[in-house]
Design a protein around this ligand. Structure first.
Ligand code: CU
Length: 173
């Protein structure tokens, strides 16, 4: 590569990086700090979407994420995904998700997640989807999910190889 070509490649990369979505804002609710709330674009009329976020409990008492709501979906549930004997299963956490004091709980693809059920319209990359989370102690917390590309595995990340990842995209409700 000539040095000019290399410089052009660098410039292109920098331009790409600087247009990557900014880090999601921090939302505080009592002792909880919520960051990196995101979701991903729904392909082909999918009626469900996952919601992902990081919750840190800076307090000294446990709290619990018990549910949520949002105009975009008929229902927002707290789910856990796991693989048992090679089969992907997903279940609603009826008692919610414990957020122990001093701990950080991450909702991410393949694990805990919010499940947006019965979407009223598809999620598009770049959207900010307002949702209200409900915690046992911290109460209702409003935030928005930054919608990433179809297949994104992390906020702000490019779509990655997800052939080996358990995922919702093949699921129909
Ligand atoms: Cu789910």
């Amino acid at each position: 590569m000539t040095s000019i070509a290399r410089r052009l490649a660098c410039t292109a990369l920098l331009a790409y990086l600087s247009t990557a979505p900014a880090r999601a804002e921090e939302v505080k609710a009592g002792d909880l700090v919520i960051t990196q709330a995101w979701s991903r674009a729904t392909p082909g009329g999918a009626k469900i979407a996952g919601g992902y976020l990081t919750i840190e409990n800076k307090g000294t008492t446990p709290d619990r994420l018990i549910g949520g709501s949002g105009d975009v979906a008929a229902k927002v549930e707290v789910h856990e995904m796991s693989v048992k004997d090679g089969v992907m299963t997903m279940r609603a956490l009826d008692k919610g998700l414990a957020i122990e004091p001093g701990k950080t709980v991450k909702l991410a693809p393949g694990g805990y997640h919010l499940m947006l059920m019965d979407l009223k319209n598809p999620l598009k990359q770049g959207d900010k989807v307002p949702v209200t989370l409900e915690f046992e102690k911290a109460g209702k917390v409003k935030l928005s999910l930054d919608v990433q590309a179809v297949g994104a595995q992390a906020p702000g990340g490019a779509a990655m190889d997800m052939k080996n990842m358990p995922d919702h995209s093949g699921m129909k409700k």
